[in-house]
Each structure stands twice: as C-alpha cells, then as structure tokens.
Design a protein around this ligand. Structure first.
Ligand code: GLO
Ligand code: MG
Length: 347
C-alpha cells in the first residue's frame, strides 16, 4: 500500500498503542514510554497526536500556571522535533479518584470545582500546544442508578461547563464526543443530537460541535454514517474516531471496517460527500489492539485501519455514479444494493 493519504490527515492517541490491561486477566502487552510511542506516528503515516491533558503534561495537578505553560511548551517542541501536530486536548478526569462519580456532574461541589478547573487547564495546555480544540468525552458523567443524580441539573451543569470554557478562552472550540454507556450504565449526552442541542443552548454555538466515534454510535443503536451526516449538515463535525464495534457489548474499539465493512464504506462515503478532507480536519482513529495480541509495540491495528480507510476512499470514488443515479431514479434499490456490494467485493 502506498503512503498517499489521498488528501486526508490522520491522527490517533498514545492510549491506542500497547495499553495491554485486561479487566479479566493478566496484562498481555508491556506499557511503553510516551517517547517510544511518538516514534511510531510518522513511520505509520500519521501526522496528528490526540492528547489527554495528562498525556501532554504528566502529573499536572499541583503545577502552577507558569509551570503548566512551560511543560506544555516543552511537549510542543518535542512534537515539532518529530514533525507532528497536536490535534486536541481532552480532560481525563476519570483517572483521578475524585472523578469516580463523574467530575462536571458530581454532586459534591468541591469535586465540581476541581473538574471545572481542569477544563480551564486544558484550554491553557491546548493553546500552548497550538491547537484550539478541546474534546469532551464525558466518561463518568452519568449514573449507574438513575436516582443517584438529578439528571436535569446534570445537563445544566454540562451546559455551564461548555459556557465556562467558551468564556475562559475566546478562541477555543469544543468537540463533544457522545457515548451512551460504559463506564457508566447511562451517560449524559449519548448521541450527536444531544451534543448539538447542547451546542445550540450554549453562549457561542459556532464554537461547539461534535466528534463522532463509530463504536459509540453503534452502542447507541445508530448508524455511524448517519450520525456523521447529522453533524455535517449542521457544519459541526469537528473530528471523528473511526473504529468498529460488533453489536451491543463492551466498547471494542476494533479496527475500522473489521466488524462491518459496509458501514465503514458508508462512513467514508459521507465524509467524501462533504469534502471533509478539504477542511483539513483530522481522520482520528481510536482503536485498540485486540486484547489477546502480544507484542512490545503493537501498531498493526492502526496501520490496517488507515489502509482500510484509504482502500474504501478508492471504492467510494470509483463507484459508477451514472449507474447509481439510474437505479435511484428507477427506485430499484435491490439492484443498487447489489451494485454496491459487488463493487466492494470487486466482483
Ligand atoms: C472512550 C473514548 C475515549 C476518548 C478519549 C479522548 O470510549 O472513545 O477513548 O475518545 O479519551 O477524549
Ligand atoms: Mg473515542
């Protein structure tokens, strides 16, 4: 496969390499130092690095604002040295014991104050690393039992969070990454519809959009390409996390197209239809190696996913548009379906 990225820019996060923890058994892969992970990006044809706040500035709690700036600037020069750019910064509240019950929607005001402060630190880190994008994946902002929080108040707190970040920095943009469950039984903001409704309620809707992850849409029982289309129709698809998911089970983060190749084709199709590549926004991957995969530095899942994406770009671009129009006009969707499948199969 060639190194031609067909106009697209690709990114992934350091957590996508080698985290080999398994909740039901021994660790299958050793952990790797961040610098070693960074070395894989260019070799695999990726340009963007997705960061949690504490990936960018480890042990950031307790640093003064000046120290935070210095450390973030140091990480920026490391990226410069590798010819890489930072795509976004995301607050990782769920690794801190204070965030066990969610941070932004916690019942305890001290926890909420900590969480809101972390979001502001994220904005500072983002600017020092030359990106304007903050991603909010609302990991534990939900409940295991509905009675544990007031859901109306919780949604209002998420709106307050978005407005706080917008106020704090007049250039930051926020991409909300919806997910319906895991680690919580039910998460607030489960779909892109919820995310964009929150955007509409915010003080500056232009700066609040969505990041759609394939697996999260499938977990919500929705079609990922239609979720993307909804955000694209609103001009609010700020990034994607392509991966795959085999139905309703744990969040699998499989290689793109590995569970449902036709759905993957349709995600590429909708991105192509919107000329997403021209926006220069990233095709982000959020893909884990298989739980059983051994290896000191496992990257095949990332390389394979990018190659599958690019092969599907070729398939979308080479589909016979005249035939498509004829079959749509004739309302012969059986023939259209077979034409699509034959094209994907190459028969
Ligand atoms: C988990 C999420 C997670 C986020 C990442 C960036 O299900 O997909 O990987 O994308 O933490 O915020
Ligand atoms: Mg994700």
């Amino acid at each position: 496969m060639s190194n031609d990225n067909k106009g697209y820019r690709f990114s992934f996060g350091p957590w996508n390499i080698n985290e080999g923890n398994d909740p039901f058994g021994p660790t299958v892969r050793p952990t790797l130092p961040f610098a070693k992970k960074l070395g894989s990006y260019k070799a695999l044809g990726f340009e963007g690095v997705q960061f949690h706040d504490d990936d960018a500035v480890p042990e950031l709690e307790g640093l003064s604002p000046e120290q935070l700036q210095t450390k973030a600037a140091e990480m920026k020069s490391v990226l410069d040295g590798e010819g890489l750019v930072c795509e976004f910064i995301a607050p990782r509240l769920w690794e801190d014991e204070r965030g066990i019950d969610g941070g932004f929607t916690a019942n305890d005001p001290k926890v909420r104050a900590w969480a809101f402060d972390r979001a502001k630190k994220c904005a500072d880190i983002a600017r020092a690393m030359d990106t304007k994008m903050i991603v909010l994946w609302l990991a534990r902002e939900g409940t295991y039992i509905r009675e544990a929080k007031d859901a109306i108040v919780a949604n209002q707190r998420l709106l307050e969070l978005v407005n706080t970040i917008l106020d704090y920095d007049s250039e930051i943009e926020i991409a909300i990454e919806p997910k319906p469950n895991e680690p919580m039984d039910h998460a607030y903001i489960p779909t892109i519809g919820h995310a964009l409704a929150l955007s509409g309620m915010s003080s500056d809707p232009k700066r609040v959009g969505g990041l759609i992850e394939t697996a999260h849409a499938v977990l919500a029982g929705l079609d990922p390409s239609d979720e993307m289309a909804f955000a694209l129709a609103a001009g609010k698809l700020l990034s994607v996390h392509l991966n795959d998911q085999n139905g309703l089970k744990f969040d699998q983060d499989k290689s793109f197209g590995a569970a449902n190749l036709r759905a993957a084709y349709n995600q590429v199709r909708v991105l192509e239809a919107a000329n997403y590549a021209d926006t220069k926004r990233f095709i982000g991957l959020d893909i884990k190696a298989m739980r059983t995969q051994k290896g000191d530095c496992v990257t095949a899942h990332l390389e394979n996913s990018k190659n599958i994406f690019l092969a599907l770009v070729d398939k979308v671009r080479s589909f016979d548009k005249n035939l498509e129009k004829q079959l749509i006009d004739a309302r012969d969707y059986e023939a259209l379906e077979m034409a699509v499948i034959s094209h994907i199969l190459g028969v």
